[in-house]
Structure formats: structure tokens, C-alpha cells
Design a protein around this ligand. Sequence first.
Ligand code: SAM
Length: 244
Amino acid sequence: MRIDVVSIFPGYLDALDLSLVGKARRDGLLDLRVHDLRDWTGDRHRTVDDTPFGGGAGMVMRPDVWGRALDDVLEGASGRQVLLVPTPSGERLTQRTVEDLATYDQLVLACGRYEGIDARVAERYAAGGVEVREISLGDYVLNGGEVAALVVVEAVARLLPGVVGNPESLVEESHGAAGLLEYPVYTKPPTWAGLDVPEILLSGHHGNIARWRRDRALERTVQRRPDMVAALPAAQLDKNDRAV
Ligand code: SAM
């Protein structure tokens, strides 16, 4: 997969050289390219913004600069492409969205700053046949789209084949196919700060451990995310699921 991130702070994305994403890049599993939007400016001051039409506070990012940048990064690739525009007014990013994004050949992330990107940018690419998705991390306002780009790259990259060493780790996770939060996890030592690991996990009885984990996952989801429980299809529950 190829991912292009366009930002006025490309250094923000340096963290993507680290850990599993960094390794995926070095192993050739992920072709991640980070671009400086100012490379597409045409003036001495490398201007990317201007005052908002209609007045008001702040600055808006210019569509002409974004247009040149996005034309270049979209034309430089092929296959299924999607232009992702982070914005607090977008659709909420979920694991389902991330799973879907992992099926594309190219993701392009346009990181806004200031009051955001001139609205004609999303409009023009959508009208031109490019799939455009405006995505929000949640109901709060950040200073820029770079954090959203970090989130998308990390969440999508771990779903690409070969990126997570043991693909089993992806199966029972929170927000996965079971529609539940993950059960609590423990490691050595078996007693720490006067707290014992639940004995059943030391029993070696796989069937009982699986049941215990399922019960804890159900309990947690009921307590913390009743919305997820309400959305669970009945077919996803078994007769021993007493916690719901
Ligand atoms: N004036 C905009 C509004 O009220 O919707 C907020 C602009 S925000 C200060 C600047 C940039 O940060 C946005 O263009 C977007 O790229 C990013 N951003 C802020 N909050 C975000 C969120 N919750 N999810 C995704 N991106 C966000």
C-alpha cells in the first residue's frame, strides 16, 4: 500500500519511522511518503493560507496550493485511491473505517491547519471522480490534521499482511469481529503489589480460560460501552453469555 501525507509540518510524521510502522516501511510492506505542502507554493514567502471570505477569525488554507499538491500525489499513483481529509466535522473514524481503508492501493491524507482547508478542495476532487472522505478522530478540536494522519497510518498499517508479527493478535482485539472490548490481560509476576493474577489463567485449561475471557469481555463492554452491546447482533451471542 502507498500512503501520502501532505502537511506544512512534515517533521510531525517522523514518528512513523519508529516501531512496527517504521519496520513495515523498511521491509517494503508500506510505501509511506510525507510531503511538505509548501513545496507547491509559488511565492517567496511560501504562503499556504489567506483570510476567510465573509470575515471572521483565523486563516484558511488556499485551494490552489492544495490543488497542485494533491494533483501531483494522486497522479503519481494508480489503483484504488481515496483522499482523506481530517476535520472535526467529518465522519467518525472507527475500526470498520480502518478495515475498509486497508483495502485501498493509495491513501492520501491532506492535513489541514488554521481554520482548515478551503471547502472547494474536497468538492473539486469528489466532483472529479476521486473518492473523498472527511474523517474525524472524535468530538474535540486539534490544531492540525497531522495527529489524525498518524492515527490513520498506524491503525491501517497494522492490518496490512506481515506488519503485525502474529496475526492472531488482531483476532480478539477490542472493536474486532466479536464486537466487544478486549478482556483484561496479565503477565509475570503472578503476584504484584499484593494483587494476584486470576487463578484460572494459570490453570492451563484452555476451555475455561476462553470462557473466562469471554465473560470479562462481555462485562467490560456492558459497563463501559452500552452502545456497543446494543449494536451486537443476537447471532453473535452464545447461550453461556450471561453478562449481557
Ligand atoms: N475550524 C475548524 C472547525 O471548527 O471545524 C477546526 C480547524 S482545526 C483548528 C485545524 C485542523 O485540525 C483541521 O483542519 C483538521 O485537519 C484538524 N483537526 C482538528 N480537530 C480534528 C478532529 N477532531 N479530527 C480530525 N482532524 C481534526
